[in-house]
Design a protein around this ligand. Structure first.
Ligand code: SPV
Ligand code: MG
Length: 543
């Protein structure tokens, strides 16, 4: 993309008629660019009007520059600032041009009136014009101060506004052109374009010509094109739009004492977020927000209905069943929040509409009935941050277990319960074989996962424990997991695969997760019996 100064220079000198639209803050500037305009008019009238101050230099020049910095920050098209009279003499003009260059404004237009100026449409004829030589000095001072060769200075001739004729207008334009102006703006308050067309005819493109058809708005655009106008400024239509819209909304809400009627007529809150670029920040957080208070996210797999619980899950998924009066999912979300994990995505499936838990984002595995856990996880691939906990939605656990999981430094970490083996025979799933058995005497024992299977092996080594359905994926681990998912997605049976298949693939890829041994203090809910015991579990653990 060309530098903004060059873009503006090209707009002025393309030989075609181009158009720029007024904007008065970052938001309106972004909207103007999105609409397709190739440039923005930083209107003095609109910049001051948005603060309800008058277009009489009541806004200081540094306040103008502050507004412009927001506008240049969020746009990639050039801004031509309406610099009024240059906010003082040649020296003020020099400061202004340097400052505008620093904040990425592509050009400035100055008018040949006296500081403090008044808007051209308020008693224009009563307004004295600047002495020609003095104004030429300002143009020269500006040109000598620009750091970038393509920065444009547009000289605005107010002769017609102040009640002078074509000769005075031409005399001034010629002098300003000779002083180095890159373009001439000829202004008129007539409702017909007679003055500007007469001027354009005589001027004959000695340098690019700019017009502001606010008063002669009914003139067909082709007329300007035929007159050889380089740049048309639609000078105040964004601020006027705001005013009408705000007046209508304010009176509507006041009259109705309700938002119901106005809601559909105004931009949505998500549209505000989009214009602010909220998504970009969320992405950036995933890349950069590490260390100290880095945000951990959670993905909860909660798509299934639950087996043998049909009566209880007629109208809600298993995770919404209450345990001691509180839905399982609510309990999980609370536990995450307690550990500072606030970015929680729940992959729902069966009766996803019945999930009513504040504080979590609900994703939907539409094919929940015919797919397994990895298909659900696949729905949440965009929810991974640099540190993510994946958890089964039907898991109840003591808070300290999550705290401990977050306390370890590992790319991939799984919680394995070494105390559960006697209980799981017959109801065995997610049996974990590890590089070493649990040695409770050791703190943060280095153990890696070797495989996870559903059935206990009839012969050979006994399992070292049971994976409880909680794992943490951080740093490089996120890439390892993405790549393992990619590999598994090639398999014909991907849709039926579960989390153990993912763990085994990671091991196969040489990225065996570390094992954090735990001893009880959790349970998963697989049947009615579990659900009954769960009430007691939550009562006894007290959290
Ligand atoms: C502005 O937009 O502030 C202008 C154009 O200077 S006008 O209001 O027509 O003077
Ligand atoms: Mg102005």
């Amino acid at each position: 993309m060309l530098p903004k100064t060059t873009q503006l220079k090209n707009l002025l000198s393309s030989g075609e008629t181009d158009f720029i639209l007024e904007a008065h803050n970052g938001l309106s500037a972004r909207i103007v660019e999105e609409a397709g305009f190739k440039g923005i008019w930083g209107s003095g009238l609109a910049l001051s009007a948005q603060h309800a101050v008058r277009d009489n230099n009541e806004l200081s020049w540094t306040q103008v520059v502050d507004q412009l910095a927001f506008m240049t920050d969020v746009t990639s098209i050039p801004i031509l600032l309406d610099g009024d009279t240059g906010y003082g003499d040649f020296n003020n003009m020099r400061r202004l041009v340097r400052k505008l260059g620093q904040i990425g404004v592509a050009g400035v237009c100055i008018e040949d009136k006296l500081f403090p100026k008044t808007n051209s449409f308020i008693q224009g004829e009563a307004q004295p014009l600047e002495d020609i030589q003095t104004f030429c000095g300002k143009i020269q001072a500006g040109k000598d101060s620009q750091a970038n060769d393509d920065f444009c200075i547009v000289a605005r001739v107010e002769a017609f506004i102040a009640g002078w004729g074509l000769d005075e207008a031409l005399k001034r334009a010629e002098a300003y052109h000779a002083a180095g102006a890159d373009a001439i703006l000829i202004h008129s308050k007539h409702s017909q374009p007679d003055q500007v067309l007469g001027f354009a005819d005589e001027w004959a493109n000695r340098c690019p010509l700019v017009i502001v058809p606010t008063k002669y708005y009914a003139t067909p655009t082709e007329v300007f094109e035929e007159a050889g106008v380089s740049l048309v400024i639609w000078a105040n239509h964004m601020i006027r739009t705001c005013i009408s819209a705000m007046q209508s909304t304010a009176s509507n809400i006041h009259a109705n004492r309700s938002l119901i009627e106005c809601e559909g007529r105004v931009a949505t809150v998500s549209e505000i977020f989009r214009l602010q670029g909220a998504d970009e920040l969320l992405e950036a957080e995933k890349r950069y927000a590490r260390g100290g208070g880095h945000p951990v996210s959670a993905i909860v797999l909660a798509a299934s209905r639950g087996h043998g619980m049909d009566d209880l899950t007629q109208d809600r998924p298993k995770v919404m069943l209450p345990v001691a009066g509180i839905p399982m999912l609510r309990r999980q979300v609370d536990k995450f929040k307690k550990q500072g994990v606030n970015d929680i995505s729940v992959v729902a499936g069966y009766r996803h509409d019945a999930i009513d838990v504040q504080g979590a984002k609900i994703l939907h595995n539409k094919d929940w009935e015919t797919t397994g856990e990895l298909a659900s996880l696949d729905c949440a691939m965009d929810s991974f941050t640099t540190d993510t906990v994946i958890i089964y939605g039907d898991l109840l656990f003591r808070s300290y277990m999550l705290h401990n999981l977050l306390d370890w430094d590992a790319d991939l970490l799984v919680a394995v319960d070494s105390s559960m083996l006697s209980n799981v025979i017959g109801n065995a799933n997610d049996l974990a074989y590890c590089s070493a058995p649990d040695n409770r005497a050791m703190y943060q024992q280095k153990v890696s996962l070797e495989k996870v299977i559903s059935e206990p092996e009839s012969r050979g080594k006994q399992a070292d424990g049971r994976w409880i359905g909680m794992m943490r994926v951080a740093g490089q681990g996120v890439e390892y997991l993405r790549s393992a998912m990619q590999t598994l997605k090639q398999a014909d049976n991907f849709l039926s695969l579960g989390m153990p298949d993912l763990l085994n693939q990671l091991i196969k890829d040489g990225h065996a997760p570390q094992v954090q041994y735990v001893n009880g203090h959790w349970m998963d809910i697989n049947n009615l019996g579990d659900l009954e015991r769960a009430g007691a579990f939550e009562h006894t653990t007290g959290e």
